[in-house]
Design a protein around this ligand. Structure first.
Ligand code: HEM
Length: 207
Protein backbone atom coordinates (compact mmCIF):
# COMPACT_ATOMS: atom_id res chain seq x y z
CA UNK A 1 0.00 0.00 0.00
CA UNK A 2 1.27 3.49 -0.85
CA UNK A 3 -0.08 6.69 0.71
CA UNK A 4 0.60 10.08 -0.79
CA UNK A 5 1.51 12.94 1.55
CA UNK A 6 1.90 16.41 0.10
CA UNK A 7 3.76 19.36 1.64
CA UNK A 8 0.39 20.67 2.79
CA UNK A 9 -0.32 17.43 4.72
CA UNK A 10 3.08 17.55 6.39
CA UNK A 11 2.54 21.20 7.34
CA UNK A 12 -0.87 20.31 8.82
CA UNK A 13 0.65 17.38 10.70
CA UNK A 14 3.38 19.61 12.12
CA UNK A 15 0.81 22.18 13.31
CA UNK A 16 -1.17 19.32 14.90
CA UNK A 17 1.97 18.04 16.69
CA UNK A 18 2.84 21.55 17.99
CA UNK A 19 -0.69 22.03 19.35
CA UNK A 20 -1.16 18.57 20.89
CA UNK A 21 2.29 18.71 22.49
CA UNK A 22 2.37 22.31 23.72
CA UNK A 23 -1.19 22.90 24.93
CA UNK A 24 -1.35 20.00 27.45
CA UNK A 25 2.06 21.01 28.83
CA UNK A 26 0.91 24.60 29.41
CA UNK A 27 -2.41 23.33 30.78
CA UNK A 28 -0.86 21.01 33.40
CA UNK A 29 1.42 23.75 34.78
CA UNK A 30 -1.48 26.22 34.78
CA UNK A 31 -3.65 23.73 36.71
CA UNK A 32 -0.77 23.28 39.15
CA UNK A 33 -0.44 27.05 39.57
CA UNK A 34 -4.15 27.45 40.40
CA UNK A 35 -4.05 24.44 42.76
CA UNK A 36 -6.26 22.16 40.68
CA UNK A 37 -4.06 19.08 40.55
CA UNK A 38 -5.32 17.34 43.69
CA UNK A 39 -3.50 16.53 46.92
CA UNK A 40 -0.09 15.85 45.40
CA UNK A 41 0.39 18.24 42.45
CA UNK A 42 4.13 17.54 42.12
CA UNK A 43 3.47 13.82 41.70
CA UNK A 44 0.80 14.61 39.07
CA UNK A 45 3.19 16.85 37.15
CA UNK A 46 6.00 14.28 37.33
CA UNK A 47 3.65 11.57 36.15
CA UNK A 48 2.22 13.64 33.28
CA UNK A 49 5.54 14.98 32.00
CA UNK A 50 7.34 11.61 32.41
CA UNK A 51 4.72 9.52 30.64
CA UNK A 52 4.24 12.12 27.88
CA UNK A 53 8.00 12.24 27.25
CA UNK A 54 8.03 8.46 26.92
CA UNK A 55 4.94 8.45 24.66
CA UNK A 56 6.53 11.01 22.34
CA UNK A 57 9.79 9.07 22.25
CA UNK A 58 7.92 5.89 21.28
CA UNK A 59 5.87 7.74 18.65
CA UNK A 60 9.10 9.17 17.18
CA UNK A 61 10.43 5.59 16.96
CA UNK A 62 7.24 4.50 15.20
CA UNK A 63 7.66 7.00 12.35
CA UNK A 64 10.38 5.16 10.37
CA UNK A 65 8.67 1.71 10.37
CA UNK A 66 5.37 3.37 9.39
CA UNK A 67 6.98 5.38 6.59
CA UNK A 68 8.68 2.23 5.30
CA UNK A 69 5.62 -0.04 5.57
CA UNK A 70 3.25 2.39 3.83
CA UNK A 71 5.92 3.92 1.55
CA UNK A 72 5.37 7.45 2.83
CA UNK A 73 8.86 8.89 2.92
CA UNK A 74 7.65 12.50 3.62
CA UNK A 75 6.42 11.27 7.03
CA UNK A 76 10.08 11.18 8.10
CA UNK A 77 9.95 14.98 8.12
CA UNK A 78 7.97 14.98 11.39
CA UNK A 79 10.34 12.64 13.25
CA UNK A 80 12.71 15.37 14.42
CA UNK A 81 9.82 17.45 15.79
CA UNK A 82 8.47 14.48 17.78
CA UNK A 83 11.94 13.76 19.16
CA UNK A 84 12.36 17.41 20.16
CA UNK A 85 9.04 17.40 22.01
CA UNK A 86 10.08 14.18 23.80
CA UNK A 87 13.09 16.17 25.01
CA UNK A 88 10.99 19.23 25.94
CA UNK A 89 8.76 17.02 28.12
CA UNK A 90 11.80 15.24 29.63
CA UNK A 91 13.24 18.68 30.43
CA UNK A 92 9.94 19.77 32.07
CA UNK A 93 9.99 16.48 34.04
CA UNK A 94 13.57 17.00 35.24
CA UNK A 95 13.05 20.68 36.06
CA UNK A 96 9.83 19.88 37.99
CA UNK A 97 11.76 17.31 40.01
CA UNK A 98 14.64 19.62 40.92
CA UNK A 99 12.48 22.74 41.46
CA UNK A 100 9.34 21.37 43.15
CA UNK A 101 10.47 18.09 44.74
CA UNK A 102 14.05 18.93 45.73
CA UNK A 103 13.59 22.73 46.01
CA UNK A 104 16.87 23.31 44.14
CA UNK A 105 18.97 21.79 46.94
CA UNK A 106 22.00 21.10 44.73
CA UNK A 107 23.77 18.65 47.04
CA UNK A 108 20.57 16.62 47.30
CA UNK A 109 20.12 16.72 43.51
CA UNK A 110 23.64 15.38 42.96
CA UNK A 111 23.29 12.69 45.63
CA UNK A 112 19.89 11.58 44.22
CA UNK A 113 21.41 11.26 40.74
CA UNK A 114 24.37 9.27 42.08
CA UNK A 115 22.73 7.18 44.79
CA UNK A 116 19.28 6.28 43.50
CA UNK A 117 19.65 3.86 40.59
CA UNK A 118 16.30 4.71 38.93
CA UNK A 119 17.23 8.41 38.99
CA UNK A 120 20.73 7.61 37.65
CA UNK A 121 19.15 5.72 34.77
CA UNK A 122 16.55 8.46 34.08
CA UNK A 123 19.25 11.13 34.17
CA UNK A 124 21.43 9.15 31.73
CA UNK A 125 18.49 8.92 29.32
CA UNK A 126 17.90 12.65 29.75
CA UNK A 127 21.55 13.47 28.92
CA UNK A 128 21.33 11.36 25.74
CA UNK A 129 18.07 13.07 24.71
CA UNK A 130 19.68 16.46 25.32
CA UNK A 131 22.69 15.59 23.12
CA UNK A 132 20.34 14.35 20.40
CA UNK A 133 18.21 17.51 20.61
CA UNK A 134 21.28 19.78 20.46
CA UNK A 135 22.65 17.95 17.41
CA UNK A 136 19.31 17.58 15.64
CA UNK A 137 19.79 20.57 13.32
CA UNK A 138 20.71 20.12 9.64
CA UNK A 139 23.83 22.20 10.35
CA UNK A 140 24.98 19.75 13.08
CA UNK A 141 24.17 16.84 10.78
CA UNK A 142 26.40 18.32 8.06
CA UNK A 143 29.23 19.19 10.47
CA UNK A 144 29.25 15.81 12.23
CA UNK A 145 29.11 13.79 9.01
CA UNK A 146 29.24 10.04 9.66
CA UNK A 147 29.46 10.46 13.45
CA UNK A 148 25.96 11.97 13.38
CA UNK A 149 24.24 8.69 12.58
CA UNK A 150 26.23 6.78 15.24
CA UNK A 151 25.33 9.47 17.76
CA UNK A 152 21.66 9.38 16.87
CA UNK A 153 21.58 5.58 17.15
CA UNK A 154 21.86 6.28 20.89
CA UNK A 155 18.11 6.97 20.80
CA UNK A 156 17.57 3.19 21.20
CA UNK A 157 19.71 3.15 24.33
CA UNK A 158 17.84 6.19 25.67
CA UNK A 159 14.48 4.47 25.12
CA UNK A 160 15.68 1.32 26.94
CA UNK A 161 16.98 3.44 29.84
CA UNK A 162 13.62 5.27 30.05
CA UNK A 163 11.72 1.95 30.13
CA UNK A 164 14.06 0.80 32.92
CA UNK A 165 13.63 4.10 34.80
CA UNK A 166 9.86 3.75 34.54
CA UNK A 167 9.57 0.16 35.79
CA UNK A 168 12.09 0.90 38.55
CA UNK A 169 10.16 3.98 39.70
CA UNK A 170 6.86 2.20 40.36
CA UNK A 171 6.37 0.66 43.76
CA UNK A 172 3.67 -1.93 43.13
CA UNK A 173 1.61 -2.12 39.92
CA UNK A 174 4.07 -2.94 37.15
CA UNK A 175 1.42 -3.70 34.49
CA UNK A 176 1.64 -0.33 32.72
CA UNK A 177 5.45 -0.19 32.66
CA UNK A 178 5.42 -3.77 31.31
CA UNK A 179 3.05 -2.72 28.53
CA UNK A 180 5.50 0.09 27.68
CA UNK A 181 8.36 -2.45 27.64
CA UNK A 182 6.34 -4.60 25.22
CA UNK A 183 5.67 -1.61 22.93
CA UNK A 184 9.34 -0.64 22.99
CA UNK A 185 10.47 -4.18 22.20
CA UNK A 186 8.07 -4.31 19.24
CA UNK A 187 9.49 -1.01 17.95
CA UNK A 188 13.06 -2.24 18.43
CA UNK A 189 12.23 -5.53 16.69
CA UNK A 190 11.52 -3.56 13.48
CA UNK A 191 15.20 -2.55 13.64
CA UNK A 192 16.52 -5.97 14.62
CA UNK A 193 19.12 -6.10 11.86
CA UNK A 194 20.38 -2.58 12.44
CA UNK A 195 20.68 -3.14 16.20
CA UNK A 196 22.45 -6.49 15.71
CA UNK A 197 24.93 -4.77 13.38
CA UNK A 198 25.51 -2.00 15.92
CA UNK A 199 26.19 -4.56 18.69
CA UNK A 200 28.59 -6.51 16.41
CA UNK A 201 30.45 -3.29 15.54
CA UNK A 202 30.71 -2.35 19.24
CA UNK A 203 32.05 -5.83 20.09
CA UNK A 204 34.65 -5.55 17.31
CA UNK A 205 35.90 -2.16 18.54
CA UNK A 206 36.10 -3.50 22.11
CA UNK A 207 37.99 -6.68 21.07
C1 HEM B 1 16.39 13.83 34.17
C2 HEM B 1 16.38 12.90 35.07
C3 HEM B 1 15.10 12.33 35.63
C4 HEM B 1 14.66 12.42 36.90
C5 HEM B 1 15.36 13.12 38.04
C6 HEM B 1 13.38 11.74 36.98
C7 HEM B 1 12.61 11.63 38.11
C8 HEM B 1 11.45 10.92 38.20
C9 HEM B 1 10.64 10.79 39.39
C10 HEM B 1 10.98 11.40 40.74
C11 HEM B 1 9.57 10.04 39.07
C12 HEM B 1 8.39 9.68 39.99
C13 HEM B 1 8.62 8.42 40.72
C14 HEM B 1 7.53 8.21 41.76
O1 HEM B 1 6.34 8.30 41.41
O2 HEM B 1 7.89 8.00 42.90
C15 HEM B 1 9.70 9.68 37.69
C16 HEM B 1 8.80 8.90 37.01
C17 HEM B 1 8.84 8.72 35.65
N1 HEM B 1 9.75 9.23 34.77
FE1 HEM B 1 11.40 10.22 35.23
N2 HEM B 1 13.08 11.26 35.73
C18 HEM B 1 14.10 11.60 34.86
C19 HEM B 1 14.16 11.33 33.51
C20 HEM B 1 13.14 10.81 32.77
C21 HEM B 1 13.11 10.75 31.34
C22 HEM B 1 14.23 11.24 30.42
C23 HEM B 1 11.90 10.19 31.01
C24 HEM B 1 11.30 9.94 29.65
C25 HEM B 1 11.79 10.37 28.51
C26 HEM B 1 11.21 9.87 32.24
C27 HEM B 1 9.99 9.23 32.31
C28 HEM B 1 9.38 8.88 33.50
C29 HEM B 1 8.18 8.08 33.57
C30 HEM B 1 7.44 7.47 32.38
C31 HEM B 1 7.84 7.97 34.91
C32 HEM B 1 6.67 7.25 35.52
C33 HEM B 1 5.52 8.21 35.65
C34 HEM B 1 4.43 7.68 36.55
O3 HEM B 1 3.75 6.76 36.15
O4 HEM B 1 4.26 8.23 37.63
N3 HEM B 1 11.98 10.28 33.29
N4 HEM B 1 10.84 10.24 37.18
Amino acid sequence: MKLRLTNKHIFGLKVFIHLTALLPLIWVFYQGAIDQLGGDPVKEILHFTGISAFNLLLISLLVAPLAKRFKIAPLMRVRRLLGLYAFVYAMAHFLSYIFFELQLAWQLIISEIIKRPYITVGFSAFVILMILALTSTSWAQRKLGRIWQSLHNLVYLAAILVALHYIWSVKSDVLQPLIYWALLLILLSFRRQKIQQLIKKRKKTLA
